[in-house]
Unconditional design. Sequence first.
Length: 887
Amino acid sequence: MPGTIADQTTRHGLKTGLVVMLPALLLTLTLVVMQLIFVHLGTQRVTSELEKEAGLLAHSLESGVTRTVQDVQGRLRSLQDLLLHNPVLLKQPVELQQRMQMLVAMTPQLRELAVVGQTQGSLGVVASSAVAQPGDALEPLACMQQTPVAGMLRFAAPQSGRFMGTAQGPAGVYKLPVCMLFSSQEETQVWLIAVMNPDALRELFRPIIDSLPAQVQLYRHDGKLMAELPSFADTAGPASDELLQQVRQREWGLYISSADDSRVTAYRATSMFPLLLVLSIDRQQALAAWYRTVTTMWLIATLVLVLILLAAAWIAWMRYRQARMTDELHLLSAAISTTANAVLITDHRGVIRWVNRAFSSLTGYAAEQVLGRTPSILNSGEHSALFFKRLWDTILAGEVWWGEVINRSRDGHQLMVEQTITPIRDERGALTHFVAVHEDITARKAAEQRSLYLANHDHLTGLPNRRELLARLGQWMGPEGPEYLALLFIDLDNFKAINETLGHGRGDEVLIGMVERLTPLIPVGGCLSRLGGDEFALVMVEDVGREQASTLARRITDLLSEPFELAGQTFTMTASIGVTLAARGKGDPQTLLRQADLALYAAKHDGRSTYRIFNEEIDFNVTRRVNLEQGLRQALKHPERAFSMHYQPVFDAQSLKPIAAELLLRWKAESGEWVSPAEFIPVAEESGMILELGRWQLGQVIAQLADWEVDHATFSLSINISAVQLARDDIASVLLGLLQQHEIPARMITVEVTETAIINLSEQFESNLAALAAAGVKLSIDDFGTGYASLGNLRNLRADYLKIDRSFVVGIGQSHGDEEIILAMLALARSLNMKVVAEGVDKEHQLRFLQQAGCDHIQGYLLAKPMPEVDFMRHLQHHRQVGSGQA
Ligand code: C2E
Ligand code: CA
Ligand code: CA
């Protein structure tokens, strides 16, 4: 099953494809995992570098802050030294202010230097480098409230306002006061205050902020925010407890926030001052470059993977296809090598490259015996050089050549092959190979010839049949045929009877015997053919003329009518022959056959054992008969429309009173023509239609007869019954049954049978006559004198009447011979105790002669013509009136 084979190849192909896809998928997976690991490690590394960097930066910032604060500390020390050396300055605020202003001008980190005194909790300005006036009251600063240690720096919380004494300032402007205790005596303490500019601190941070997504915060040791850059509203505020906790454990390091790991935070608590510096870097932003790299890497990796997968898929697809193709090729080549047809492949020069097994078994050459050679080794010499030239021209033109070739096998016998040569081209269209497939048709050809023979010959006699005859006639009647030819149709006359009585086996023997007799008569160049059944045809093509054809026909009828022995019995067979002649170029086989057939028909009709040569009259007659037969067949479908009865009165010869009538059938054909029964009755008899017609007629007539006002004791109706009806139908019981049915005495009926009919009596015929006679039906021998009934025949029949045929009545007064015959007939009838009827009496002198000769009944136009029933009844009535009138 091809479906299954295709499925198998597909499955195999798929397997082959998957073998490629699997490693590709594995490779992809590995690459993805590796990439993931790489990214993970890379991220770790980059993060740790970031952390290291944060630590370093925090360290360097711490140094900057420390230096700045040291500067401030330095100024405060300078002021301290100044006041220690010149305590008077405390009383000279203007002087002091000037000195301090000089110090401030030297230090950009400082905004202001002030000296304040605190007495019993209230704070007053001693001198200030800025706006505060000596004696101004101040709110105590946080840095003053702790237990004072002289010379030590204390940081106050950031305060709004630019200077001491200016509590209010523009938004975002604040100051960082730093306190140092100068002297403490009883109730009074003097503090040196440096107001630090937070912007100076912030400027320290700026280079880092500008280059990193970082934020720097400076806290007091207790977590109070002192400066930050940039300022974020949400992060401004004290340092978290968590951070302070960590700082207490370790002065510097990385702060790991449990709440927020989006930032890398490094802190340093300065050892010199109670300050805490925190640098936090936005992890995501800092690693942005790295993440970009990762993304790019992923993109590249994905691209590579997709490429790998695509390539693998493509390879898999190719392999799948290749596998399928290989499988198919394998199948194909297996199929070709095992195919029943011989296959031979040559290259473009005709050198054999490959042959299959069938080739070897067909030609007898093994593959190695032919490879490298050319197909000419198979040449049988049966074909011309032109044949091969045409073959080569065709295939070199790239077309398929097909034809029947006679090859020679290795052992020398001829091989009939049907050969197809297909040229094969490469992709560029150049011829590369020729594939020749040979189908051995030797056996087929023989079978064809045999069946051709069978189709054209008769199997019983071996003679050409009708087909073959027609074919040969076709040739003979062509332009290259003989100038004249004659066709003789031979038909055995009574073969059917032999077949029916002795059986078909014997019938066949007779036919073979007849052919044996005919064979020596076959003319030179002509032929004998069996057309079927007992019909033969003989064709003459030399020495053809009416004379020669007639001679041959006579010889055949003579020869065939010689008696022959069969199954210990002697038989005689006769044949009828129809002859027709044709000149070259005139007519066609079918017409010729038809003409011979018509001539044969005529010969049969004219009494058999004879021949007729076709002419126009025969054509006309036969055609007429055929037409009549067809017409009758139609008419019998509705006999009451086509047929009618006429009655011709029959008279007593002496009294001339109607004493009987003869029933005569009339047929009005469809064409309107009245056809004479003398013409159509024989046709009805030959075709057998008379049986149906006769029965119908009897049914009609007997029914009518019951109504007739006639003397049942004396009147008689004569009915013509055909010999065919008597021989083949149970006509007696039909007639007797009808008579009984209509209560008509059998005596009233006379059956007329022709003399020719009683010559060959059959069993049925005799039993019909016997039954009729026994019932009292009378018998009349019609047309007496035209047949050759013997005296014995007549005596056996015990007929009641003899009917002298009209041909003799016509001769009365003209032919002495006819008159003598009539007298002899009358004498014969009397001796056999029969009455005599003369028919066809249409002349007065004929009547007189017959009356004188003692004829009993007279029938003829002279006294009455045949007439329809109504007229006939009137005719009878008329006579009765005349008779009674006379009486
Ligand atoms: P047939 O039986 O000899 O009938 C006599 C024929 O002679 C009739 O011709 C009749 O019309 C014709 N005839 C009678 N008197 C004269 C006469 O004075 N002069 C001439 N010239 N002819 C005369 P019809 O009716 O044409 O019948 C011809 C033949 O057809 C009959 O010959 C008979 O053999 C056959 N036939 C007619 N009717 C029937 C029938 O019903 N059954 C059968 N089986 N045959 C019939
Ligand atoms: Ca008759
Ligand atoms: Ca007659």
